[in-house]
Design a protein around this ligand. Structure first.
Ligand code: ADP
Ligand code: MG
Length: 658
């Protein structure tokens, strides 16, 4: 253990940031706001917090460091705890939604931006912090941008608070300008040349192309060292690609066989498995990652990068009136960061699975900031409860289109979270207590009235993890049959409820999960999330009663929160979105797929855009409920649109709602 500690300390000293330590600390001491730019891997995330702690900044408050991604917050906290030889959660801790690993001893706290944003609700001047470092600011998530706006209000009132913004990309001027021309400190980089190769044609199937490329690199490199990093957009692609690579390696003739360690990494991978990408290995490593490995996590020893050229982005789709996750081409800035990963420890190579023409002519310079492309419902709710009533004039670095804001205000008003003057209602105030999207928090609050809170909290917890159903390749049929056993009342929400209740009846057994193709870890998480939600309900004085399998009642409660996302039956499996008139389809995995519905209407949790618009997680509802629960929505829509238009033309106060 001592040897490994010594090695870690040597490594700390060899980071490019180490030589800058004193100069950095000076500039931070002399200024309230400092912008720090440095190559990925220079040591910004893991070292700056420690330097600050070592020079006494932890004495009068916590040194907080935000990350746009959960994986990064956890991984970096773990690393820094190792470097300081302390238990995670003591001197060094982390907090992500539904998971707080900090204690009263915590001096360095890594957290997601969402966590810090929620903390402003109870500690509006962030008094428990002496330093806030917003890391990876170039990612420009919605939360980054909102926190930026809030920090501009907080900083003049907290002269003692140090604020640091770090970014991996060079266009930090905007950050500096936004914070009163704050100084920019650039950590001198140390990078090696990377040869970049493009394909002659754009590839039809990037998963197949990526696995082929990885295997080709592996054999070409032969005995030489050097790990491979493959960038793909999402979890499914990554799992597929890893399988593919494994198969291709197995197919090699015996005498040529050469092993390689294949390591996937994406946000929902269990954290013990995520950590494996950092373990030293006797073999070549092939890491298959989402854009988490672009700048948030640095793995040493990468010599080859394979870049599929896509990432998954949340995009507001005006045609259907809401956010969808879409596979989108990356920007040039992303592409450059990705290729840079090959040149950290020596010269490298990057293979782009797209043409040079695509790079030059089709890719945007930078990704559009998230605030300009997503639904702002939860942000609007949060800002309102911080007392910021006029959202349209909030200090956004790049203001979202006013249409987006108005749309979000409208949806919150329909949910009765805002009153006619655009102020938070009693319900809205309760909803803010929950770290959930507005429809889900509304569902919990409304369940009290109907007396099905216990069931609804379970459903919401199940919806807060990606999916508990496990569908291994080659065993799809068995897995599907297993899932079908849980189908309840032709509703996917109720199916989730049944899975959880069955698991409870089987005393949360791991065996039971394995037998039923259900992720045990995911279920444990659901259970944990559920108990946290129950606690929040107690604080928010939402009483939870059980309705004991009164399924129609539960469906009604779901309807009350999702009536904005309702569809009317048009034909077999085919529906029309009530709000937008767009045709949409029941997802093949749904309990309702291929069945006669018991009613003409359904509500859905999510829309997934692939070949068609698929509704994922649906529940049949009564037309009468829709009329009862969403009368404002159905009655006023037209006049609302007219008013909205007028308002956009500047003829009325924009925050005034009908
Ligand atoms: P930056 O934030 O400037 O990109 P980091 O502080 O994240 O740089 O990384 C500095 C060094 O610490 C890198 O060499 C990286 O490989 C190493 N490192 C970071 N996290 C871990 C970890 N969980 N395990 C092992 N090494 C890590
Ligand atoms: Mg970093």
């Amino acid at each position: 253990a001592d040897a490994s500690f010594a090695r870690i300390q040597d490594q700390r000293k060899s980071l490019p940031i180490f030589n800058e330590r004193d100069a950095l600390l000076r500039i931070i001491n002399d200024n309230q706001v400092t912008i720090i730019v440095g190559e990925t891997g220079s040591g910004k995330t893991t070292q700056i917090t420690q330097y600050l702690l070592e020079t006494g900044h932890g004495q009068f408050g916590i040194i907080g460091c935000t990350q746009p991604r959960r994986v990064a917050a956890v991984s970096v906290a773990r690393r820094v705890a190792d470097e300081r030889r302390c238990e995670l959660g003591s001197e060094v801790g982390y907090a992500i939604r539904f998971e707080d690993q900090t204690s009263k001893d915590t001096k360095i706290k890594y957290m997601t931006e969402g966590v810090l944003l929620r903390e402003t609700l109870t500690d509006s001047l962030l008094n428990k912090y002496s330093v806030i470092m917003m890391d990876e600011a170039h990612e420009r998530s919605v939360n980054t941008d909102v926190l930026f706006g809030l920090m501009r209000r907080i900083l003049p009132k907290r002269r003692d608070l140090k604020f640091i913004v770090t970014s991996a990309t060079m266009n930090a001027d905007r950050f500096s300008q936004f914070f009163g021309n704050a100084p920019i400190y650039t950590i001198p980089g140390r990078t090696f040349p990377v040869d970049i190769f493009h394909t002659k044609q754009n590839v039809p199937d990037y998963v197949a192309a990526a696995s082929l490329e990885a295997v080709r690199i592996h054999y070409n490199a032969g005995e030489e060292n050097g790990d491979i990093l493959v960038f793909l957009p999402g979890q499914e692609d990554i799992i597929c690609c890893c399988d593919d690579i494994r198969k291709k390696l197995e197919q090699q003739p015996q005498e040529k066989k050469r092993d390689m360690l294949i390591l996937p990494i994406y946000s929902l991978l269990p954290s013990e498995q995520q950590a494996r990408i950092f373990d030293p290995a006797p073999l070549r490593k092939c890491i298959v990652a989402t854009n988490i490995a672009e700048t948030s996590l640095t793995v040493d020893g990468i010599k080859y990068v394979v870049d599929a050229g896509f990432c998954k982005l949340k995009v507001y789709n005006p045609r259907i009136g809401m956010d969808t996750l879409q596979v989108t081409p990356i920007s040039k800035a992303n592409a450059l960061q990705r290729s840079g990963r090959a040149g950290r420890t020596g010269p490298g190579q990057c293979f782009r699975l797209y043409t040079e023409h695509t790079f030059e002519c089709d890719l945007l310079e930078n990704t559009v900031p998230e605030v300009q492309r997503t639904n702002l419902g939860h942000i609007v709710l949060l800002l309102k409860s911080l007392g910021i009533s006029d959202i349209l004039s909030f200090d956004f670095m790049d203001p979202p289109p006013s249409d987006n804001i108005i749309n979000s205000l409208h949806q919150l008003w329909m949910m009765q979270a805002l009153d006619n003057d655009g102020n938070l209602t009693k319900l809205g105030r309760k909803m803010v207590e929950f770290p959930l999207d507005p429809p889900l928090s509304k569902m919990i609050c409304f369940s009290e009235e109907l007396g099905c809170g216990s069931e609804i909290v379970t459903i919401v917890s199940m919806l807060s993890v990606p999916t508990v159903f496990y569908r291994p390749k080659d065993k799809e049929e068995e897995a599907d049959t297993a899932r079908e056993k849980f189908f309840t009342d032709k509703s996917d929400h109720l199916t989730l409820l049944t899975v959880y209740e069955e698991w409870m009846k089987h005393r949360c057994s791991r065996d039971w999960c394995n037998k039923n193709y259900i992720h045990f870890k995911a279920m444990e998480r659901v259970k944990d999330i559920r108990s946290q939600l129950v606690e929040i309900c107690q604080q928010a004085k939402v009483r939870l009663k059980s309705c004991h399998e009164d399924y129609p009642l539960i469906r009604k409660c779901i309807c009350a929160s999702y009536f904005v996302q309702a569809a009317r039956m048009k034909g077999f499996n085919e529906y029309i979105n009530i709000r937008t008139g767009v045709p949409c389809f029941v997802h093949p995995t749904s309990a309702l797929n291929g069945l006669e519905s018991m009613s003409d209407y359904l509500v859905y949790h999510e829309l997934v855009l692939t070949s068609k618009e698929f509704m994922q997680c649906v529940t049949p509802v009564d037309g009468a409920w829709l009329a009862e629960l969403g009368p404002m929505f159905f009655g006023i829509k037209e006049s609302y649109d007219v008013r909205k238009k007028r308002r956009l033309e500047g003829k009325e106060d924009p925050t005034e709602l009908p």
